[in-house]
Design a binder for this molecule. Structure first.
Ligand SMILES: Cc1cc2nc3c(=O)[nH]c(=O)nc-3n(C[C@H](O)[C@H](O)[C@H](O)COP(=O)(O)OP(=O)(O)OC[C@H]3O[C@@H](n4cnc5c(N)ncnc54)[C@H](O)[C@@H]3O)c2cc1C
Length: 347
């Protein structure tokens, strides 16, 4: 039996980029909240935080980039100001151009006005003593995710409850929710791939997608951020290289095969094996249809979900959190392709 001592308008479960970006929307609109986080982040803290407007596979624009990117820039800049932190910056980013076919494709898209904001000129760049043809990708940014999480946790320190949320203890009161000593009008679940343990949203077709990134010594004094089927991002004294994708387990231990894959790619590109300083693994919360999943539970009033950010959470969370906020508090309809009801209609 819940004996509430504390009232809040909303409970958020999950302190990754989804949970915190929604928390900021609530703060902006003076909505009180408390956010539960189990302290074991599985994706945001591992992410390289690259915001790349292009998908290199077919040289297309990233899904809805023209909407997501402007909102992300405003959002992170605002957050940097209010938290008095620095975690978001532009990146000069190049795609290595492998052959003539690529040059032709790149050049034809470069002259297409649809791509004008994203595709720049092909130039020669030098990496590790070798010269490559490389296309400049415009409007690339990096969110330094550990710094972002740290800044948000400090700023909202009075609203965070650092413990796992126990679904069994949630009482539905009809008017809202009671959890331990907290009474809340609304609850929003943003647990990343761990939504698989959430009994209220167990039909969500989550496809947990594990990945590794490595921190390696910058022995060749590489200063250019570059992609050649994997990315190299120079930091202060080290390089971040990544990322891998695999689907067979959800342990947080970096996989031997993931480390070997990145080691081989680095060796092929730079001509010497990387000196690995550390390896990290995370689990991307990806949906079967590769679209985010937002919205209201079909049967339980005032219960919501914010998940499915997949490989692009750093770019998409800012606008999606606003979209979800408007759905929850202003009853604005969600785009069908992101609405959780595409999976839960038939409950
Ligand atoms: C190797 C790798 C590289 C990546 N690189 C990029 C990149 O360059 N750019 C990009 O945009 N994206 C990248 N991503 C994807 C990005 O990390 C995700 O899109 C995003 O971080 C997902 O955020 P989330 O908040 O949904 O989930 P998470 O970050 O996993 O956060 C969920 C939180 O919920 C908490 N939680 C779960 N269950 C409970 C519970 N019961 N009680 C309390 N708390 C709970 C967890 O502790 C966690 O902190 C990468 C991911 C990986 C793995």
């Amino acid at each position: 039996m819940c004996v509430p001592l504390k009232r809040t308008e909303a409970i958020i479960v999950g302190g990754g980029i989804a949970g915190w970006s929604l928390a900021y929307r609530l703060y902006q609109h003076n909505v009180s909240f408390c956010l539960f986080d189990s302290g074991q982040n599985h994706s945001t803290s591992v992410a390289a935080g690259l915001i790349n407007p292009l998908v290199f596979k077919r040289l297309t624009k990233s899904w809805k980039v023209d909407e997501f990117l402007p909102e992300a820039r405003v959002f992170y800049s605002e957050l940097e100001k209010i938290t008095r932190s620095s975690f978001f910056e532009p990146v000069e980013y190049y795609k290595i151009i492998p052959d003539v076919e690529w040059i032709n494709n790149w050049e034809s898209k470069r002259h297409d006005e649809n791509f004008a904001d994203y595709i720049g000129e092909i130039t020669k760049i030098r990496i590790g003593g070798k010269t490559f043809d490389a296309g400049l990708v415009k409007n690339v940014f990096q969110l330094h995710t550990p710094l972002f999480l740290n800044a948000l946790e400090r700023f909202f320190k009075d609203s965070i409850i650092k413990e796992p949320f126990d679904y069994k203890q949630l009482e539905l009161t009809g008017e809202g929710f009671c959890y331990k000593n907290i009474r809340a009008e609304k609850i929003i679940f943003a647990e990343g791939y761990q939504v698989i343990h959430n009994p209220f949203f167990k039909q969500i077709p989550m496809v947990p997608t594990k990945g590794e990134v490595l921190t390696v010594a910058n022995n060749r004094q590489i200063t250019t951020s570059v992609n050649k089927d994997f990315f190299i991002l120079p930091g202060k004294d080290t390089l971040t290289i990544g990322a891998t994708y695999h689907w067979h387990n959800v342990s947080l231990e970096p996989e031997k095969e993931g480390i070997e894959e990145l080691t081989q790619k680095y060796l092929d590109f730079i001509g010497e094996p990387p000196e690995i300083i550390s390896a990290r693994a995370g689990i991307r919360p990806a949906m079967k249809d590769r679209r985010p999943v937002l919205g209201a539970h079909p049967e339980i009033k005032n219960m919501f979900i914010f998940n499915g950010l997949g490989t692009k959470g750093c770019m998409t969370a800012p606008l999606l959190s606003l979209t979800l906020f408007r759905r929850i508090f202003e009853q604005k309809p969600l785009p069908k392709e992101t609405d959780v009801l595409r999976f839960l209609k038939k409950l």
